[in-house]
Design a protein around this ligand. Structure first.
Ligand SMILES: [Mn+2]
Length: 294
């Protein structure tokens, strides 16, 4: 989970609600890795974990990782890029930021609500073939213009929908082995800056693609690395779902992702009912121990 400086209260609220929904949806124990700053680390400790019931706390191993200094910045520097790292960049370098003993991870934004059993999503890793390394689902508010720029560099990017990075199941071991692919794209991006349409506005020393663009660039140029999740694992606020799709996704929901100002999915019955149930369960409740809240 990634937490920016600004709007911490909103993020804290999102984080708490996302975590509660995860705990309620599965019996799995969690290694909770939170990418944040020092304030975020303390806030998660004092306002969330310290308040939890001991039986619930037993399920969680908390691993805060500070991204505003340290490994991310050094990694970017090593590639010769001067860049103000955005918070979400941690997603790209997660395989570098986590200890080598972490072979797999599920990476999620804070703006989510989980209703399906995370154990089912976790089990999807057994379905990966020998070349796949990241699983996700398509982006509903995708801008293909970013990809066109890469075609100019000879990186072939087919005209297909991109990947949303709000929910990713990652084979970290394989990502470490394939580090070259990500590096290549970052280097390509650096070379690309002067070719942008309005060069006056572009600082060539800075890196402009956000995490999702980088993932899409890699995964579209190297589609054999990509594993497609079922739509139920990333039901997006950006999505323009038909009534039929809504019915299907509501019948067996996995995870709701409130992107695009929550737009569509916020009003779905299954979402409002789950929000209401979650709201009635305080963070210190032993009910978060393990059950299924659907
Ligand atoms: Mn999000």
């Amino acid at each position: 989970m990634v937490t920016p400086d600004a709007a911490w209260e909103k993020i804290h609220e999102e984080f708490e609600s996302a975590l509660k929904s995860i705990l309620l949806s599965t019996r799995l124990d969690l290694t909770l890795i939170v990418f944040t700053n020092d304030l975020g680390r303390k806030t998660v400790q004092t306002r969330v974990l310290d308040k939890m019931h001991p039986t619930v706390l037993r399920r969680i191993t908390y691993v805060p990782i500070l991204v505003d200094a340290g490994a991310t910045a050094r990694y970017i520097e090593r590639m010769g890029l001067a860049w103000e790292p955005k918070w979400t960049v941690a997603k790209i370098f997660v395989y570098e930021l986590l200890p080598a003993c972490f072979e797999w991870t599920i990476q999620v934004d804070t703006d989510i609500l989980v209703l399906g059993d995370m154990a089912e999503l976790w089990a999807q890793r057994h379905q990966f073939n020998s070349t796949q390394l990241i699983a996700g689902y398509q982006e509903y508010a995708y801008n293909p213009k970013n990809m066109v720029k890469l075609n100019k560099l000879g990186i072939h990017v087919p005209d297909t929908k991109g990947f949303n990075t709000g929910v990713l199941l990652m084979n970290l071991r394989r990502m470490r082995e394939q580090e070259l692919a990500v590096s290549l794209v970052l280097q390509a991006n650096k070379k690309l800056q002067p070719a942008w349409t309005d060069p006056d506005k572009v600082d060539a020393s800075k890196f402009y693609q956000l995490d999702q663009d980088v993932f899409n660039t890699v995964l579209m140029a190297f589609p054999h690395m990509r594993f497609e999740l079922e739509p139920r694992w990333n039901v997006q606020g950006c999505g323009a779902y038909s009534e039929d799709e809504q019915r299907q996704l509501s019948a067996r929901p996995g995870l709701f992702h409130f992107n695009c100002n929550r737009r569509q999915i916020d009003a779905w019955k299954v979402v409002t009912a789950a929000q209401e149930r979650l709201g009635k369960i305080p963070i210190d409740s032993p009910a978060l121990c393990a059950c299924n809240h659907r």
